[in-house]
Design a protein around this ligand. Structure first.
Ligand code: XMP
Length: 519
């Protein structure tokens, strides 16, 4: 994240939660600058006029384990307001004399909290009697520290929110930072604006200026090649770079053969004609297919694709004189789920192709201006950079493309089947005005053949899976509730027009426990 030394800020201490960056984002949405630091680095925190409050994140560790991290005394010695979330709530309570244990009733997912007493942290939070929140914990605080009072409770957490108003210490057992906690934003806003008393000075317009000036400072007189995929993220990166360095930007678009139907044609048209970017087009579909031949392991697929991407970029970059940098549209969620950003103990979920897939030794220096931002923030940034609406509102598409939507072996035949099925599904969404109500939708081809009957004959063909989710940032997601008639229409069209698919299923899992992509 860009360090900003002029704005009042909140420091978020990362104990390894998958949601730490969401906390930062919610703080920024409240108009306040925030920085994340690793739980091992708290000793580096010094008293200064700009730091106005501390948030302790959640984390995968259990506090009941003897080896778990303790809350460093140094944090308390700063005499700042503190908000502990989930693990942060438990560690704060324990440090101050409360008691924590493994609960018999784990809480994962939706829960309701009730108000028990008034507090500035819950001002305007309890608009309804029972508030919907999102829990994810096994441990609970069962005795609160001296000086604290109970502010809210849920069925399984007596101390869902606690407060020591005098010290301005607050603990919340659930996750106010995730969108499933309906009024979560209000809690964060109350903490940063009312309790820490920070003035709203952070916004994306300012971020845009900072990013452009950072790029200028880093690149100087050299050239940058930008990996364009045709999606929102890399397009926004290209526009930022164009603003920062003008014609020292050369974009490269690689056709992996794993793109959606007609995608390469549309991308080339938009970027060359509409955005007037310098663009090199490489058709490497045969090469990708060859390298992926017989590969079935999801992580292996991702690594192969990531490596090949970089090799091709390096090869073509050599042909352009003076290129020193490679720009990518890596987002913060890509980083969170591939490796830990601050070195805290968050568990790795999958290697996003442009992060974990990169080879250890690279000749080009990476520029990833969006790696502290979330998708919705990138869209807002795109709006400011006048990115055409067709690109701006496009559903996200993963770098490894259709490869991670074909579990098992990838063949040309399977790719072709999938392209057609996906095309039908997305077209129907657009025709029914559902496309923009859904965060991401796609078809996948499962490696299962099943028996069917068509026109009195037996068929033995592939299964197509449809996935459509609502989400705010891709970190959590819920499946979209279609009407039966819509799914029926899509299923009929796919089966009637694609020879090779005789069954269509709809994925009804949320994230977590599933992920959005299949691999
Ligand atoms: P998952 O499957 O992790 O996906 O729930 C979250 C979001 O990230 C996209 N995704 C990727 N994007 N490179 C990308 O640029 C990747 O390797 C990658 N893997 C997943 C996914 O489509 C969803 O929007």
């Amino acid at each position: 994240m860009n360090q900003n030394n002029t704005l009042e800020k909140i420091i978020i201490i990362d104990f390894g939660s998958q949601f730490t960056q969401l906390i930062a984002r919610k703080v920024r949405e409240a108009g306040v600058y925030s920085e994340i630091i690793n739980s091992n680095q708290v000793r580096n925190l010094t008293k200064n006029k700009l730091t106005k409050g501390i948030i302790l994140s959640g984390g995968p560790l259990t506090i009941t384990n003897k080896n778990s991290i303790n809350l460093d005394d140094h944090i308390l010695s700063l005499n700042l307001p503190i908000l502990g979330i989930c693990y942060g709530h438990q560690i704060l309570a324990k440090k101050l004399g409360g008691k924590v244990k493994i609960s018999k009733n784990r809480e994962f997912g939706k829960a309701f909290v009730k108000s028990k007493s008034k507090s500035p942290i819950t001002k305007n939070f309890f608009k309804n009697k029972n508030n919907l929140v999102w829990m994810s914990h096994e441990d609970i605080v069962y005795k609160i520290p001296p000086g604290f009072k109970q502010i809210a409770s849920s069925n399984n957490s007596k101390f869902a929110i606690i407060a020591n108003e005098k010290k301005k210490y607050y603990g919340i057992q659930f996750h106010p930072e995730v969108s499933h906690t309906i009024n979560g934003k209000i809690l964060i806003r109350n903490f940063v604006l009312n309790i820490c008393k920070i003035k709203k000075k952070w916004n994306l317009k300012r971020q845009k200026e900072i990013l452009i000036s950072d790029i200028k400072k880093k690149v100087k007189k050299d050239k940058v090649i930008c990996a364009l995929s045709g999606g929102v993220d890399s397009s926004v990166v290209a526009l930022l770079l164009k603003k920062a360095i003008g014609n020292k930007l050369i974009c490269i678009f690689i056709n992996t053969g794993l793109l959606r139907k007609n995608e390469e044609r549309e991308v080339l048209k938009t970027f060359k004609k509409k955005l007037k970017l310098k663009l090199i087009y490489i058709n490497a579909s045969k090469l990708f297919l060859k390298k992926l031949n017989n590969v079935t392991h999801p992580e292996k697929k991702r690594k192969i694709i990531g490596k090949l991407f970089i090799q091709l970029f390096e090869r073509y970059a050599k042909k352009v004189k003076g290129v020193k940098f490679l720009a990518q549209g890596t987002l913060y969620p890509d980083l969170i789920e591939s490796k830990t950003v601050t070195g805290s103990p968050s568990s790795k979920i999958k290697s996003h192709h442009n992060v974990g897939g990169l080879p250890k030794k690279m000749n080009l220096i990476l520029i990833e201006p969006l790696n502290a931002l979330f998708k919705d923030e990138v869209r807002k940034l795109g709006l400011q950079l006048s990115l055409p609406k067709v690109l701006l509102l496009r559903h996200p598409f993963p770098g490894p493309g259709l490869a991670i939507r074909i579990p098992g072996k990838i063949t040309k035949e399977k790719i072709d089947l999938l392209k057609e099925a996906d095309f039908i599904f997305i077209n129907e969404l657009k025709k029914s005005n559902l496309y923009n109500k859904i965060w991401q939708a796609y078809a996948a081809l499962l490696p299962v053949k099943t028996v069917g009957v068509m026109g009195d004959s037996r068929t033995y063909e592939y299964t197509c899976l449809l996935r459509a989710v609502t989400s705010e940032d891709g970190m959590t997601a819920d499946f979209f509730s279609f009407k039966k008639i819509f799914l029926q229409r899509v299923s009929n069209k796919i089966i009637n027009s694609i020879r090779g698919i005789n069954r269509v299923v709809y994925d009804v899992t949320s994230k977590p426990p599933s992920t959005i992509e299949l691999e």
